[in-house]
Design a protein around this ligand. Structure first.
Ligand code: ZN
Ligand code: ZN
Length: 421
C-alpha cells in the first residue's frame, strides 16, 4: 500500500517549516504592534454557520466545502474561511458587551475542495484580521493599511490596491435591479445566464471572455451609492491618501452577499506571473445579525499564506536555512558517560544554547559525521578518561580548533569563542 498525503494537501518539512515559523512570527509582531489579538476557533463548525455566513449561492458553499455527518448525526463542515467563525464566536461570547471594537487576528488551515494548482491547496493556510463593533472609515483604513504594511515589511513590491464600495441595504437593491436589466439585454456566458436572477453581482466576477467586455460597460455601483455610503467611501480614500497609499477604484470588485457592505478591497501582485490577489477583504455590517447576533458591523481581510510564501521564495527572505545548532555532544563510553553527558546537555541548554547529543549510541566516528552533517557550531567530546579529570574536549567546528576545558568553564569558554568569532 502506497500511503500519500491526500490530493491537494502537502507536508511542510524542515527547513521550509522554519521559514513558515519565521514568517508567521513576523506577521504576528505586526498585528500585536497594532493592538490586534489572536483568536483561535475550531477547525470545524456546524455546516449551517457557513451556509448562512458565507452564503448558499457562493461557489464555496455550493461546490467546495468538506461537509460530513459526525457520529452523532450532526452536519459538520471543515472551515472554508475565517470570518464566519470569528463572528460566531463574538456573538456566542457576548463580546459586544465588552469595550469596542474587537481587533482579532487568526492563523490556521482552511479547507476547500478545489482543483489543486500551484500555490492552491485543499488544505491551505490563511491569516486574517477582523475588527468587529464599529463602522467608521477609520476602521476600514486601519485594516487596509495593515495589509499593505505586511507586504512592505516583507519588501514585496509591485502590489496594486483595488478599492470599491458596494453600498448598503439602502442603495444596493436599486443598483442590482439596474444591473439585472442591463445584463438581460446583453449576451452573457452560460453560467452567468443562470446567475442573473439569483445573484447578478457575480456576473461582475466572471472570468470568461464572453463576459469580460460586458463588465467594462456595465453600470457602476459608484453612481448608485447613497449619500452616507458615498461619504464613507470618500473618507476611506482620504485616509489612505493621507498615508500615501495609492489605489485604483475598481467598480467590478464586488462581494455578492447581502451582508457585505461598503468597502471591498483586494491587494494584487504580479509576483507569481498572472495578476493574483494576495490579500482580500471588506466590510460585512450585516453578518452578525444574519448569524442571530446583535448589530455588530465588521471589517477584515484574509491573506493566503501558501501563495505568500511562494512569493517570498522569489525574494531573499526565504533563502533562509535552519539556524544551526550551537552545541552537539559526542559521547565516548558506556551508560555512565551518557548519563553524565545528559547532565552536561541540560547545563548548556539552561545557559541558553541550542544543544543536542547522540541519542542512538553510535560510534564516535559516526557521531562526528552526524555533527558535521547538521552543521553544529561546537562539538563537545565527552569520554570516560576526561570525565574522571572533570574535563571535556571543546571543538570549534568553524575554526577547526580543539581545546581541553574544565566542565565548570565550558559555558564561559563557548561564550568567549562566540564573542571572539
Ligand atoms: Zn448606501
Ligand atoms: Zn460569465
Amino acid at each position: 500500500m502506497n500511503l500519500k498525503a491526500p490530493r491537494g494537501t502537502r507536508d511542510i518539512l524542515p527547513p521550509a517549516s522554519e521559514v513558515w515559523n519565521k514568517v508567521e512570527s513576523k506577521i504576528k509582531e505586526i498585528y500585536r504592534q497594532r493592538n490586534f489579538w489572536e483568536i483561535r476557533t475550531p477547525l470545524f463548525e456546524e455546516t449551517d454557520l457557513f451556509v448562512r455566513g458565507v452564503g448558499g449561492t457562493t461557489d464555496i458553499v455550493e461546490k467546495e466545502m468538506y461537509t460530513f455527518n459526525d457520529k452523532g448525526g450532526r452536519s459538520i463542515t471543515l472551515r472554508p474561511e475565517g470570518t464566519a467563525p470569528v463572528v460566531r464566536s463574538y456573538i456566542e461570547h457576548k463580546l459586544h458587551g465588552e469595550p469596542q471594537p474587537f481587533k482579532f487576528y487568526y492563523f490556521g488551515p482552511m479547507f476547500r475542495y478545489e482543483r489543486p494548482q500551484a500555490g492552491r491547496y485543499r488544505q491551505h493556510y490563511q491569516t486574517g484580521v477582523e475588527v468587529i463593533g464599529g463602522d467608521t472609515p477609520l476602521i476600514d483604513a486601519e485594516v487596509i493599511s495593515l495589509g499593505i504594511d505586511i507586504l512592505k515589511e516583507f519588501s514585496i513590491k509591485g502590489w496594486v490596491l483595488h478599492l470599491n464600495s458596494i453600498g448598503c441595504r439602502e442603495c444596493r437593491p436599486g443598483y442590482i435591479e439596474e444591473l439585472k436589466s442591463y445584463f438581460k439585454k446583453e449576451t452573457v456566458c452560460k453560467e452567468c445566464s443562470q446567475r442573473i436572477d439569483r445573484n447578478p453581482l457575480r456576473v461582475l466576477d466572471c472570468k470568461s471572455e464572453e463576459c469580460a467586455d460586458l463588465k467594462e460597460r456595465s453600470p457602476s455601483i459608484i453612481d448608485y451609492l447613497c449619500p452616507d455610503c458615498s461619504l464613507h467611501f470618500s473618507q476611506v480614500q482620504e485616509l489612505l491618501t493621507s498615508r500615501e497609499i495609492s489605489f485604483t477604484i475598481d467598480p467590478t470588485l464586488v462581494r455578492g452577499l447581502d451582508y457585505y457592505s461598503r468597502t471591498a478591497f483586494e491587494i494584487k501582485t504580479r509576483e507569481l506571473g498572472a495578476q493574483d490577489t494576495i490579500i482580500g477583504g471588506g466590510r460585512y455590517d450585516g453578518l452578525a445579525e444574519i448569524l442571530g447576533g446583535p448589530n455588530a458591523p465588521g471589517m477584515g481581510f484574509g491573506m493566503g499564506l501558501d501563495r505568500f510564501l511562494l512569493m517570498l521564495e522569489k525574494n531573499s527572505f526565504a533563502n533562509y536555512k535552519n539556524t544551526p545548532l550551537d552545541i552537539f555532544l559526542v559521547t565516548i563510553g558506556d551508560e555512565n558517560v551518557q548519563k553524565e553527558s545528559w547532565k552536561i546537555l541540560n547545563m548548556v541548554r539552561k545557559a541558553g544554547f541550542s544543544a543536542d547529543m547522540d541519542l542512538l549510541v553510535r560510534s564516535p566516528k559516526n557521531q562526528m559525521k552526524f555533527a558535521n552533517r547538521i552543521g553544529t557550531r561546537f562539538t563537545v567530546i565527552i569520554g570516560e578518561d576526561e570525565l574522571a579529570k572533570g574535563v571535556v574536549q571543546l571543538k570549534d567546528m568553524e575554526k577547526g580548533t580543539q581545546n581541553e576545558v574544565n566542565i565548570e568553564e565550558l559555558i564561559s569558554n563557548i561564550e568567549a569563542n562566540y564573542r571572539g568569532g
